[in-house]
Design a protein around this ligand. Structure first.
Ligand code: ADP
Ligand code: ASP
Ligand code: MG
Length: 406
């Protein structure tokens, strides 16, 4: 019995008309005698709506209750979609995370999948041809509902594909593959046929939300190829897989951006051992992910420490810093939420000099000021003013010759 795994995102299940399109996609493998595990997201906009609702109810919503709330979006999708399948005479049922079960740790809001009961899952296929699984959710050791972080249905799908040893995990979305940059902001973006896990991981980490980072980590770990395709348009899509010699050997493979960044500066902290540890230890203990960090050269024994955190964590970070401000000698805490990070990504960068210089001069030509730079072996990131994001992405895309051929 061959089982295939297909995941459909929020825009693919946004309304009845879209769900009918999804039904068509499911019918094809069924006609070929395959069984299908479908993972669905909440209808477009629903998770945001639930989060906004919680914010109105509570200043600091309880994380566990938050997961009970936001996981309901997926419950609605799977129930409605399964009704459509049943009306078409298909043997199908819906499954919530805890019914499989998909076990996770207890990190509410960003839980990690620990294991999936493969046997129980396979057993369901004795009675059903299609299982419609709620994405984004699992349960902890006490059977409390957890969620996997924004975009987490991608990870649910890859984890199911790994558990069922599916040949491929098909991710259907509103674009027909992974592009050299977000096709919705750069019309000359080009679809990539095949991309290596590491490169996709870097693109996702730098903000390309077409796949959740953890889904790519999972796929790499369990060697599950991911095929990204459009629900609304036929085409070959993009295969995310192991690096192979036939892949494009470009110096730069893509440009990503992340608007969910905020800059925090501690002005005039003491320049002595232990200061950085004193700043970042309590921030890490609060589960806040710090991204870029710069420390200016010392002037008369003091220095400025600047770093970035996700926008939603600014308030909490400032609260933590206020408590330790005097101990650090800091004169002021400055915050700026109107920033974004643009990144140039490519495994080919390892063997090429001058990539950073091309990026910086492209930004200079558009008069875009760079606030922070960070680099790794296969990426260069620049923090800029948020309002220049689209311009910077298009400029960098052109500077590295990534446009599609006319
Ligand atoms: P879904 O709801 O199906 O999970 P998402 O909105 O999470 O879809 O992801 C798809 C979106 O990712 C696209 O609409 C596109 O705007 C965005 N995106 C960002 N970077 C890229 C990229 N490099 N290639 C393709 N899409 C990208
Ligand atoms: N519904 C969740 C979100 O909007 C999960 C997902 O769509 O993958 O983040
Ligand atoms: Mg998504």
């Amino acid at each position: 019995m061959e089982i295939i795994v297909q995941k459909f995102g929020g825009t693919s299940v946004a309304n009845l008309e879209c769900m009918q399109k999804v039904k068509e996609k499911v019918l094809k493998p069924l006609k070929e005698g395959k069984k299908v595990a479908i993972v669905l997201s909440a209808m477009a906009g629903e998770t945001n709506r639930l989060i906004e609702m919680a914010k109105k109810w509570s200043k600091y919503p309880d994380p566990a209750e938050m997961d009970v709330l936001v996981s309901t979006g997926e419950q609605v999708s799977i129930a409605l979609f399964t009704m459509l399948l049943k009306d078409a005479g298909i043997k199908a049922r819906s499954l919530l995370g805890y019914q499989i079960p998909i076990h996770t740790d207890r990190d509410f809001g960003r839980a990690r999948i620990l294991d999936i009961d493969e046997e129980k899952l396979r057993n369901y296929f004795k009675y059903y041809d299609v299982l419609v699984v709620a994405g984004f959710q699992g349960c902890d050791c006490e059977n409390r509902i957890t969620t996997l972080g924004r975009g987490g249905s991608d990870t649910s799908a890859v984890a199911l594909a790994a558990a069922l040893k599916a040949k491929v995990c098909e991710i259907y979305t509103d674009v027909d593959g992974v592009y050299t940059t977000d096709p919705n902001i750069c019309s000359s973006a080009r679809r990539i046929d095949k991309i290596a896990y590491d490169e996709m991981l870097e693109m996702a980490s730098m903000g390309a939300k077409v796949l959740q980072i953890r889904s790519v980590e999972f796929a790499k770990k369990y060697n599950v190829p991911i095929l990204v395709r459009s629900t609304f348009k036929d085409g070959p899509g993009t295969l995310v897989t192991k690096e192979d010699p036939n892949m494009e050997a470009a110096m730069v493979s893509g440009i990503a951006y992340d608007k969910d960044q905020a800059r925090i500066t501690l002005v005039d902290v003491y320049d002595r051992p232990g200061v950085a540890a004193n700043i970042f230890e309590p921030i890490a203990a609060a589960g806040i992910v710090v991204d870029m960090i710069v420390q200016n050269p010392s002037r008369n024994g003091s220095t400025d420490m600047t770093f970035t955190v996700p926008k939603g964590n600014v308030e909490e970070t400032v609260k933590i810093l206020k408590k330790i401000k005097d101990k650090l000698g800091a004169k002021e805490i400055l915050t700026d939420t109107n920033v974004s990070k643009v990144s140039v990504i490519g495994v080919g960068m390892r063997n090429h000099a001058g990539v950073a210089a091309i990026a910086f001069s492209a930004l200079k030509n558009e008069n875009i000021n760079i606030m922070i730079i960070s680099t790794s072996e296969i990426k260069i990131s620049c923090l800029i003013k948020e309002k220049y994001t689209e311009l910077a992405v298009r400029t960098l895309h052109e500077a590295f010759g990534l446009e599609k051929e006319e």
